[in-house]
Design a protein around this ligand. Structure first.
Ligand code: ATP
Length: 579
């Protein structure tokens, strides 16, 4: 991964971190005092051995104990405060970036829907936040003190200092080695975990299909395989990291005892006091504790590092949306000019040089065989897929000039596959708004002829539905999808196969809704296979192989395109993909 690929993303991440600069300075300051107070133990030990035991003064002992208790209390308070401040640094970092990352994930997924690339970036943000709030991050503020303490030991005796520096050097070397050797294993474990997590999500959302198609065993085998790989890679990474952690811990304890041994040797030679011997050993333990902690919690550091880099790449690839001047509510006037669309990830255009115009009060039916580009046109009109060439104008303004939320308000969209979300029917119609407008919800449902159907459900508008389905039939879901498209009074409706699951009554209601839209001066686009869907259409656009094959008044187009159209209609045949 090149640094230049991540440059702007890195700047954004650093900018978010910089917002906590004052807090981090606080943490640094607390760390100075915490580390100075760390000297309480060794100094206390020194005084006990060399002063109290020598002088046998109980008053001195009492005074020292009181002082030591006070200093440890101070240290405890500072450590506690430092932990709280760091937790807030993490939380602030996440809060500042939540919206930006969420937005980038959404746009990136549309741009490259390849599931192998769909790493959970929101989890990456969490990994960085967890790191900032962790003890490892606090330990990084203590690490600069390690060399100070190690060198400080040489005040007691140069040999002790030498042992401390060499031992500390070995531990720091182990830390570096740990980072280099476990990086690949951690990354592999992460990828394998993602794959098995994704399958687990499908198990929940597609349970019915898995059971219905008898895919249970096959699905289990695949999931089990992914999980086994995740487990295997996780174990490998854990073993590696664990080896380093236990090596470093054992070595640290060994080093402390060796320091005691060397101290005792120097005491025997009369070159050191017993107090200094104990104090040096304690100081060494304190000096190396942060190194130990960093090695022990290295997976956390690695996940955060990976998360940081992945987020930087994501934010660089998906720059922030520019803020747009809010345009007035448009008229239902649509111009599609020489539109060419290449679906994300595809190399070939699915729509080529398509042009047509729609005036307020008109409805157009878009017909054509499977794969002719009908859904592609719907996605382009709603701004989901950007145009590779040409323009789409709504009331004169290119649709890119509308903010995405505003465009979605003006253009109601019923996708081919209606997906509801966890929540109530009302919340789904209100497009998951936290403050749904009940009057608008009911109005949209009435327009979509879904109101009576919803009232017949046990909890009416408050009936819970879920991503995995719920108690609704396909036709009911489609009607709720239509109500959702009509929520908030759109000026243009784009309906992709709106009656594929509707019964006769539903189709009649849909046509009534389209008629009403037209009467109100709005316009409607209907991608359709079934003749019932285009009954209210004044115009027809025929697509074939992504090109405009015909365009004009409905009857004329049908007559032009299908030479013996009347005969075929009479014989119940299938003109141009209308089934
Ligand atoms: N996400 C995608 N990535 C790449 N190519 C796509 C994608 N979606 C559709 N296509 C391609 O674009 C072309 C047009 O597809 P589109 O879904 O627009 O057809 P359609 O007319 O709506 O078909 P149907 O009537 O079956 O719904 C097809 O060749 C299809 O393979």
């Amino acid at each position: 991964m090149l640094t230049s690929d991540r440059a702007s993303g890195l700047t954004e991440l650093r900018e978010a971190r910089r917002k906590s600069r004052a807090l981090l300075w606080c943490v640094g300051l607390f760390s100075v005092f915490v580390n100075l107070l760390m000297l309480t133990g060794p100094i206390f030990m020194l005084q006990i051995y060399d002063r109290v035991l020598g002088s046998r003064s109980e008053e001195t002992l009492a005074a020292l104990v009181v002082l030591m208790a006070f200093l440890f209390l101070m240290m405890g308070i500072l450590e506690w405060a430092r932990g709280r401040v760091l937790a807030r640094v993490g939380a602030r970092f996440q809060t500042l970036l939540d919206r930006r990352v969420f937005d980038a994930v959404l746009r990136k997924t549309i741009r490259s829907p390849d599931p192998r690339e769909s790493e959970n970036q929101l989890k990456n943000l969490e990994a960085v936040q967890t790191f900032y709030a962790s003890q490892v991050f606090a330990a990084l503020f203590d690490l600069p003190w390690t060399p100070v303490f190690l060198v400080g030991i040489s005040i007691f005796h140069p040999w002790l200092g030498l042992l401390a520096v060499v031992g500390g050097g070995v531990l720091i070397f182990v830390t570096g080695l740990n980072q280099i050797t476990t990086r690949a294993a951690q990354a592999k474990a992460g990828t394998a975990r993602n794959a098995s997590d994704r399958m687990a999500e499908h198990l929940v959302t597609e349970a019915e299909m898995i059971r219905g198609l008898g895919m249970q065993e096959n699905f289990f085998s695949r999931w089990y395989l992914a999980r086994k790989t995740a487990l295997k890679e996780g174990l490998r990474a854990n073993d590696m990291g664990g080896s380093f952690a236990s090596t470093s811990k054992t070595f640290r304890l060994f080093l402390q005892s060796t320091m005691l041994g060397l101290g005792a040797f120097l005491v025997l030679r009369g070159q050191l006091t017993p107090g200094a011997m104990i104090a040096a050993s304690i100081l060494l333990g304190r000096a190396l504790a942060p190194v130990d902690l960093v090695i022990g919690q290295w997976p956390l550091v690695q996940r955060a590092r990976h998360g940081w880099n992945a987020l930087a790449q994501l934010l660089s690839a998906i720059p922030e949306e520019p803020s747009r001047t809010e345009l007035p509510r448009p008229q239902a006037r649509l111009e599609v000019q020489q539109l060419t669309i290449v679906p994300p990830g595809a190399t070939q255009a699915a729509l080529r040089l398509v042009s047509f115009e729609l005036q307020p009060g008109q409805a157009v039916g878009v017909i054509g065989p499977s794969g002719s580009g009908k859904s592609t046109l719907a996605r382009a009109l709603t701004g989901v897929w950007p145009a590779s060439g040409g323009r789409i104008r709504l009331d004169g303004a290119p649709i890119e000039q509308y903010a995405p939320e505003a465009l979605a308000r003006y253009i109601g969209y019923l996708p081919q596959r209606v997906q509801l979300f966890d929540g109530t029917i009302a919340e789904n119609i209100a497009r998951l708004s936290l403050t749904p407008d009940d009057a608008k919800v009911v109005e949209a449902a009435k327009k979509a002829a879904a109101h009576d159907m919803i009232l017949q459900l046990p909890d009416g508008y408050d009936t819970p539905v879920s991503v995995a389905g719920g108690q609704l039939s396909g036709g009911q879901i489609q009607r709720i999808g239509l109500a959702r498209a009509m929520y908030d009074d759109p000026v243009l409706l784009v309906l992709d196969e709106p009656n594929s699951s509707l019964d006769n009554e539903g189709s009649v209601a849909l046509n009534k809704a389209i008629r009403q839209m037209k009467e109100e001066g709005r316009s409607v686009l209907i991608m359709a296979h079934r003749p019932a869907a285009i009954m209210e259409c004044d115009l027809l656009l025929v697509l074939e192989g992504g090109m405009r094959k015909a365009w004009g008044p409905r009857e004329k187009v049908l007559a032009d395109v299908v030479q013996n159209y009347q005969q075929i209609r009479r014989a119940g045949g299938n003109p141009v993909g209308v089934t």
